[in-house]
Design a protein around this ligand. Sequence first.
Ligand SMILES: Nc1ncnc2c1ncn2[C@@H]1O[C@H](COP(=O)(O)OP(=O)(O)OP(=O)(O)O)[C@@H](O)[C@H]1O
Length: 354
Amino acid sequence: MSTHHRSGAAGEPAPDTGSTGPADAATTPASPATGAAAARRPADLAALQARALARAAPEPDDGLIVCDNLVRVFRTEGVEVQALQGLDLSVDEGEVLAVVGASGSGKSTLLGILSGLDLPTAGRARVAHHDLLAMKRRERLEYRRSTVGFVWQQTSRNLLPYLTALENVALPMGYARVPRARRSGRAAELLDLLGVADCGRRRPGELSGGQQQRVAIAVAAANNPRVLFADEPTGELDTGSGEEVFAALRRANEELGVTVLIVTHDPLVSGQVRRTVRIRDGRTATEVLRPSQGAGEEYAVLDRVGRLQLPREYTERYGLRRRVRLTTERDHIGVWPDRGEHGADADRQGEEDA
Ligand SMILES: Nc1ncnc2c1ncn2[C@@H]1O[C@H](COP(=O)(O)OP(=O)(O)OP(=O)(O)O)[C@@H](O)[C@H]1O
């Protein structure tokens, strides 16, 4: 993962102020029609507005993490980059989810927003009932201290080099006002849970990369967060150490009940989680679900208004372009290339136009 747009130390929110901030329209939904104004409004307009609001409002039971039509535009020296272009994502409490995608597809941008470091330009993002577009400074700080935890790829970003592993884990508990007497006991328990109990009195420089990352998971879990975000946690490790770190993340998920979202290029990780989401061009494109051990089935993401993005591989293989023919079957919908009279004409016309 690239780190070019991150600023500020871990634990300090540092939204990118030089770029496009959240759109007012996205943060301030129009209030429902009331009183005299509603009485004057034509009935069909009021109905349309009510329907639009109902569509736009995330439903409370949608998931622990919900991104709805998320947009992030960066503007530098007059050049606009659409890093996220209407991304939809829903993650249930207790899931371990891998997010994959080509370089530049928007993974870091998504993680920056979900971790409270960055602000989206438009859309909605909600984590454990926190509206990430509407959070004020104090709520954002609390959110970053207690609701979410982070493990970054660079071990140096996760741990303070002059503190021991135990002191590193106890440190965030101090920010969350955990009584001093309870801190070292909980820190030792976490190190034990993650298989690095024997590392407690050592400083990061005296630990292997894999041990450092497991201590980093303990640090991230110190304040009992609802979600752990891990950005390429195995990226700098060999296969053996990577497996240990991934096993530690799984253990945190199983034993502490924390939801885990891992951004990764590591097939070892993405091949073992139950659900892998692929981002393409700033949108969630496809998902692979693995109900048990094994190959898994590929799914396309259906957004709130029913839009479906088919994998390019399929559109190319079946010659799906511009328009497809739909057939409704008893238990599924068929998607066919448009080979009909008009479709062929439309194709020919399109080719001539091009
Ligand atoms: N602060 C920024 N200013 C301008 N453009 C940015 C900024 N941050 C990211 N981008 C651009 O947004 C797009 C998405 O970048 P992002 O870092 O989210 O991708 P990524 O999927 O994490 O890539 P990688 O796997 O290489 O880390 C890229 O085109 C990138 O150049």
